[in-house]
Design a protein around this ligand. Structure first.
Ligand code: UN1
Length: 504
């Protein structure tokens, strides 16, 4: 059954974007649902991007003087606007990037949640008071707004990632410039409309406080290379991060990188296997395997292998693949043909390495000749030693059998990426080992829940080729501010630190 009353026309219309369906523009946007064009828009020129950065700097110079709790009011109104638009925006996300409607709604909820967090944070941008070694002196550490924040986001979380960054950046007193994926610009324009509604509702907000720039990699590069943008937060592939990181570093900017993952779940002998199967299923096939947190590798203890793996295969047989706007569907399409080709290449490599592949074929081809639906794949690998090193953005789950947890942990960590991880166990020693300093080397290490679907309250990101950045909750806000240490001498002497005597 299809989601009632929401069509691409109605979703675009609710954001004042109906015109994109008929207008001409050099960027054609296709829906991964059927491959049909859903709009044409224009990319920004170099001059327009430059003007956007100039405007962003001006907006920042006003916004940084607005008290933080007042800045929080804008984010509260933004959150309320998102609540009102949850269904329409969730549907547009689903239609533009192909994730199921439930996950589209979840993504908008993630935006609402981060707005709530940021509103609270707007009254809690705490600094420190530090004991001075000198009498009559006070040392403090204060956090100040830093400047325009550039946000580069990927197609798979086309709106939430903007909001994680923007909500924090705005309460921290910064302006924002967003370069969304060229595959999902319409949802970005919809967010821009929602933001403008919040601005209009509140009034008195600097012009151009949050802007969207549309384009391909060249537009992103211009943003990344502009020294007026002190922070670049980029989410996407490791290949993209390899370009962004050094370019930002070369101009002494700060980058917050959230790149590829190669996330694994370990299933130990004491695990609750029913729970594990459900978590693995959501982690491996949810969003058609196109989350940075998708479960890509599974280490199963030999004592439970014969029970868990057949249950998992059975669960895979029950997956309903199809139109993501159909409420029965669990897995929608891949984003495009290139994603499909990458999946096929990864599967043939795995079978050449002795892996046994189940699934992975294209499906629904006669119904949707221009879209790429696939059966999620399970690949049983012959040996733990051959842990796959690359992230393929598709639903492929590599399964390994292990006998010793230390050996499984070593294999688990022996990949270039370090985003998310999980263990299913009811053995407290194993759980503690997995989450301790010598356990999982990932930014996220879970026990008895899967690798994907993190809450916004925690810091989100990972180590090694995942880029090291942290977004979202905890103290990630500090990445969007500059730190100032002040020593105030309220005595009538001028003692030097370290006891140095320096007298005429
Ligand atoms: C991403 O895929 O880039 O933890 C972000 C999750 C989501 C965010 C994923 N909250 O799966």
């Amino acid at each position: 059954m299809s989601i009632k009353n929401i069509s691409i026309e109605s979703a675009l219309h609710s954001f004042g974007l109906a015109g994109v369906q008929t207008q001409t523009g050099n960027l054609q946007v296709n829906s991964p649902i059927n491959g049909n064009p859903i709009g044409h828009i224009n990319t920004h020129t170099e001059t327009q991007v430059d003007a956007a950065i100039t405007q962003s700097k001006l907006a920042f110079e006003q916004w940084r003087s607005v008290p933080a709790p007042k800045r929080g009011e804008l984010v509260r109104v933004l959150g309320n606007q998102l609540r009102e638009h949850k269904q329409d925006l969730g549907a547009l996300v689903s239609m533009e990037c192909g994730k199921i409607y439930q996950e589209g709604l979840g993504e908008v909820q993630e935006m609402i949640d981060i707005c709530d967090l940021a509103v609270g944070l707007s009254r809690q941008l705490f600094g420190l008071t530090i004991a001075s070694e000198r009498p009559g002196h006070k040392m403090t550490e204060t956090w100040h707004p830093i400047g325009p924040v550039g946000i580069i986001s990927a197609f798979n979380f086309p709106v939430a990632v903007w909001c994680w960054n923007a909500a924090l950046a705005l309460v921290c007193g910064n302006s924002v410039i967003w370069k969304p994926s060229e595959k999902t610009p319409l949802t970005a324009l919809a967010c821009q409309r929602i933001f403008e509604q919040a601005v209009a509702e509140l009034g008195g907000i600097p012009e151009g406080l949050s802007q969207v720039i549309i384009g391909h990699a060249d537009v992103g590069e211009q943003l990344v290379n502009d020294a007026r943008v002190p922070v670049i937060s980029a989410t996407g592939s490791t290949a993209m991060g390899r370009k962004v990181g050094p370019a930002v570093a070369a101009r002494f900017g700060r980058s917050i990188l959230e790149l590829g993952g190669n996330n694994a779940i370990i299933v130990a002998p004491t695990a609750d296997l029913d729970m594990a199967v459900r978590a693995i299923l959501f982690g491996a096939v949810g969003t058609a395997g196109q989350r940075c947190t998708t479960t890509r590798r599974l280490f199963v203890h030999q004592d439970v292998y014969a029970e868990l793996v057949p249950s998992l295969k059975k669960a895979y047989r029950g997956i309903r693949i199809g139109d993501p706007m159909n409420e029965n569907t669990l897995v929608g399409p891949l984003i495009d043909e290139q994603a499909y080709q990458a999946m096929q290449a990864a599967l043939s490599l795995a079978s050449n390495q002795g892996g046994t592949v189940i699934g992975g074929e294209r499906t629904l081809q006669s119904e949707y000749p221009n879209a790429y639906y696939v059966n999620p794949a399970i690949v049983e690998m012959p040996s733990c030693e051959q842990s796959v090193q690359e992230e393929t953005f598709a639903p492929i789950l590599y399964v390994y059998r292990y006998t010793d947890l230390n050996q499984a942990l070593a294999q688990h960590n022996d990949v270039p990426q370090g985003l998310s991880s999980a263990i299913f166990t009811n053995d407290v020693r194993e759980a503690e080992l997995f989450t301790c300093a010598t356990g999982s080397d990932c930014g996220i290490a879970n026990v008895n829940i899967g690798t994907s679907g993190a809450e916004i309250g925690g810091a989100f990101g990972g180590e090694k080729e995942t880029g090291g950045g942290r977004e979202s909750g905890s103290d990630a806000w500090k990445g969007y501010m500059r730190r100032s240490t002040s020593t105030v001498n309220y005595s009538s002497e001028l003692p030097l630190a370290q006891g140095i005597e320096f007298n005429l």
